[in-house]
Design a protein around this ligand. Structure first.
Ligand code: C2E
Ligand code: CA
Ligand code: CA
Length: 523
């Protein structure tokens, strides 16, 4: 039946025509026409003929009016249906790649095959696999080719993924995350599909004459026999993808129950960390920095220490990572810095306080003012504070990093480039920003005497520091052989277990007195 007759306007139109026709037939059957003619002739002196004519004309006009109204109504309904379809599409699709989005996935009901046999349906449901794909290094490409270039890349990636399978079953979930529903894959073919996904995404893409490459992390899992929502399977695929990502770019993994446990453990740790920060249970410990030429203590690096209520030490890389991801890093940083500044006030004036700033903090335009506020509250002069930043901290948002470094310098705070040689584009960072110190990573110190190539690299780094007039610190000095080697090459400062591990504030004060007493007795 044409759609018009199913619409309200259509139904009304049919009703009017049917009613009109019924009245007409009724009139004919009851000879109403003859009655009307005799009525008009009988009462013509009262104008009955004119009245009937007027009623006839009014009826005809009403009919024409109704037809026009119905036509209007029909047009309006068509427009409304088009707008509704457009709004539906907008709500359920990603504008850039034109792929369906998360909302569409949540509403998705997989249409079951039409078969009589229940067992075949079960078999079909057991063979639905959800793949989660997340790009690796997309942000870097975005920085390189700009947001428009990033858009071109996402469109190309979407096309490539769609070309691998059923286009209707590829979804774009977030910035650079895609979900794919695949049917009828064996475990072996699932693995092959995951590899194909990585291959498809990692092939170079040409944007404005640049050949750019991104990686892909893939996780997947089966839909549990159709009795659970599709999102649950997508969530497990996501967990597997995050685990794959943590192993480096271009890995794929199938979901395992232990991944869920890891997430639960992490969530519990996050709750504990929140409580520890509010109770100020995380303390700064201090590791000595020794001037290698004079043997004098020249500073302490503050290192965060968290001993849980169960007495177990939680390593800084674990909790700093969570603090960064959850935004707790600013509160933790301000708290530790305040404690460290007040401890440093008790040290001799020539003993500097070195403090680590994590990469996410370098994106904070208010970082300098936060530091200056803590300094002024503790009355520690800015000249006694040194901020340690890693190379990776400078590439997240180089423009903001440049401003923050400039502001810190202007305030009299010193800047050290931490873990030098292990991060991203070390030399480029040296050329671009002004540093007061380079800290050679402990991985170089550890092997500089056994490995000739590492030795040459350490030599070159020390030479670089000298020619740029930047002081050098060697981290991780553990034995006298390493110390002699570094001394001979002219390294300025040493830090490592040979001189002392990170210690609580009270031990740091005792260390200061012991060290000066020892130096005086050997002088
Ligand atoms: P880092 O800044 O490179 O700190 C030096 C790390 O090397 C410390 O580990 C220290 O204990 C260790 N270390 C020092 N001397 C030696 C040695 O002779 N041999 C060996 N094998 N290791 C040595 P820690 O304290 O576990 O800290 C690890 C990382 O956590 C730090 O690396 C730093 O990036 C981060 N971190 C620590 N405290 C803070 C903090 O308060 N804020 C921020 N943002 N990061 C922090
Ligand atoms: Ca450091
Ligand atoms: Ca370091």
């Amino acid at each position: 039946m044409p759609a018009f007759f199913q619409s309200r306007a259509g139904r009304q139109c049919v009703s009017v025509v049917v009613l009109g026709a019924t009245l007409w037939i009724l009139g004919a059957l009851l000879h109403l026409g003859d009655g009307l003619v005799s009525f008009m002739t009988g009462f013509s002196k009262y104008g009955a003929d004119k009245l009937v004519l007027a009623l006839g004309i009014a009826g005809a006009m009403s009919f024409i009016y109704s037809v026009l109204r119905i036509a209007d109504l029909r047009k309006e309904m068509e427009l409304r249906a088009t707008a509704q379809a457009k709004a539906d599409w907008t709500a359920t699709h990603d504008h850039l790649t034109k792929l369906p989005n998360r909302y569409a996935f949540e509403r998705k009901i997989l249409s079951r095959p039409i078969v009589d046999d229940e067992a075949e349906i079960d078999e079909w449901a057991r063979n639905v696999t959800i793949f989660s794909v997340d790009l690796d290094g997309f942000k870097k490409v975005n920085d390189l080719v700009g947001h428009k270039g990033g858009d071109v890349l996402l469109i190309e990636v979407a096309k490539r993924i769609c070309a691998l399978g059923n286009a209707d079953c590829v979804y774009r979930f977030g910035g650079d995350e895609f979900i794919i529903i695949a049917f009828g894959l064996t475990a072996q073919r699932e693995e092959r599909f995951a590899r194909l996904l990585i291959q498809a995404v990692t092939r170079p893409i040409h944007i404005d004459g640049f050949g750019v490459e991104v990686g892909a992390s893939v996780g997947y899992d089966r839909w549990a026999d159709g009795s659970e929502p599709l999102e649950d399977a997508a969530h497990r695929a996501d967990l597997a993808m995050y685990e794959a990502k943590s192993r480096g770019p271009n890995h794929y993994l199938v979901f395992e129950a232990s991944m869920q446990d890891k997430v639960a453990e992490r969530a519990a740790l996050e709750t504990r960390l929140r409580a520890a920060i509010s109770k100020k249970a995380i303390k700064p410990f201090y590791q000595p920095l020794i001037d290698l030429k004079t043997g004098q203590l020249c500073g302490f690096e503050a290192l965060a220490r968290w001993i849980g209520e169960d007495g177990v030490n939680i390593p800084p890389p674990v909790f700093i990572d969570i603090a960064e991801e959850t935004g707790m890093i600013t509160a933790l940083f301000e708290d530790l810095l305040a404690q460290a500044c007040s401890d440093a006030l008790a040290w001799p004036e020539h003993v500097m306080l070195s403090f680590n700033v994590s990469p996410v903090q370098m994106e904070d335009r208010l970082l300098t003012s936060r530091i200056l506020k803590v300094l002024s509250a503790s009355r520690l002069p800015p000249q006694r504070l040194e901020i340690e930043i890693t190379e990776n901290a400078l590439i997240q948002d180089p423009a903001v990093a440049a401003i923050v470094l400039e502001e810190l310098h202007a305030a009299g705070i010193q800047i050290a480039l931490d873990d030098f040689g292990t991060g991203y584009s070390s030399l480029a960072q040296l050329a671009r920003y002004r540093f007061d110190k380079i800290k050679i990573d402990k991985s170089f110190t550890a092997t500089c005497r056994e490995d000739e190539r590492q030795e040459k690299i350490v030599r070159a780094m020390l030479g670089l520091g000298r020619s740029l007039n930047i002081k050098t610190t060697a981290e991780g000095v553990e034995d006298h052989g390493q110390l002699a080697f570094l001394l001979q090459l002219g390294c300025d400062i040493g830090q490592g277990y040979l001189f002392g591990k990170a210690m609580p504030a009270a031990e740091a004060s005792a260390f200061i007195s012991d060290r000066s007493a020892n130096l005086a007795s050997t002088a």
